[in-house]
Design a protein. Structure first.
Length: 280
């Protein structure tokens, strides 16, 4: 039987790259973004080309990799989508908003790559982890949590993060994915604040944003419950969200869940911070 699965894939977002890795399909990856190594360090060993991501895609870079499939995902710019289409290659464009969308996207990549059964197992494992956390926090108090994916302007984390916060035993406040303000967060006075800025890794300057935004008197700041969670654990709509779930649970209910890699509290932050640049 002929094999119609793509043999040369360009991934324009880390979520697609990490999904390919878990499906055992990294040997088909011929190009990806420089951010992909953050979630999938194995790519440094396979020698694939580095190209611009879904936000800044370049048709000439894509064509140079000679792919038979391009996978991209949010966030997009209109001109970047035009560049992807100009490359003249089959294009799988993903735009997840919630966990159900993430599962569908994993299934789509698995199906097109000829790994449907493994994709179903990956999805099932994610669902089991999330449901286990939900059961473990069903009877505990539910702290009010503000989680942001960007700081200037302040943008609340996406709907899939809101779902993970609920599964981790918290109550997500304000509108997922929407721009908000320091004043709105002050008015809500959350019990826990979590910053996971796109492209910032684990380098969000917590003390600085508390001071700059006039937040020292917020309940979360007074009680030392301001956290940074690694960008790729919450902003990459892929199976790595399970690591974000564990980090959220440890931040929201530290008395019940162990601290994990990728979670940092303001109380452990040094005064000096690294500059942050937006990854797009």
């Amino acid at each position: 039987m002929a094999n119609y699965a793509p043999q040369r894939v360009v991934s324009l977002q880390p979520s697609a790259t990490v999904t390919l890795a878990l499906l055992g399909k990294l040997d088909h990856l011929v190009a990806c973004t420089r951010y992909c190594a953050d979630v999938c360090p194995e790519i440094e060993k396979i020698g694939c080309s580095i190209v611009a991501d879904s936000w800044t895609a370049d048709a000439s870079q894509i064509r140079a990799a000679r792919p038979d499939l391009v996978i991209a995902s949010v966030p997009y710019q209109e001109k970047a989508v035009v560049e992807i289409l100009k490359a003249g290659v089959s294009f799988l464009g993903l735009a997840p908003k919630c966990l159900a969308d993430v599962y569908k996207d994993i299934a789509a990549i698995a199906g097109i790559m000829g790994a449907r059964e493994l994709g179903e197992r990956i999805i099932s494992d994610m669902q089991t982890e999330i449901e286990t956390s939900r059961e473990e926090t069903a009877l505990v108090s539910r702290p009010r949590v503000f989680c942001e994916e960007w700081g200037k302007p302040i943008i609340a984390s996406q709907a899939w993060v809101a779902e993970l916060v609920e599964a981790a035993g918290g109550e997500f406040i304000l509108t997922p994915g929407a721009q908000t303000s320091a004043e709105a967060v002050m008015a809500a006075d959350p019990d826990v604040i979590i910053a996971a800025w796109c492209g910032a890794g684990d380098r969000v300057p917590l003390r600085k944003i508390i001071g700059d935004r006039g937040w020292p008197q917020l309940r979360a700041a007074r009680e030392g419950r301001v956290y940074c969670i690694r960008d790729e654990f919450l902003n990459t709509p892929a199976p790595t969200l399970v690591r974000g779930l564990h980090a959220l649970a440890a931040a929201i209910h530290p008395e019940q869940f162990p601290q994990v890699t990728g979670l940092r509290c303001v109380s452990t932050e040094k005064e000096s911070v690294s500059p942050i640049t937006h990854a797009g």
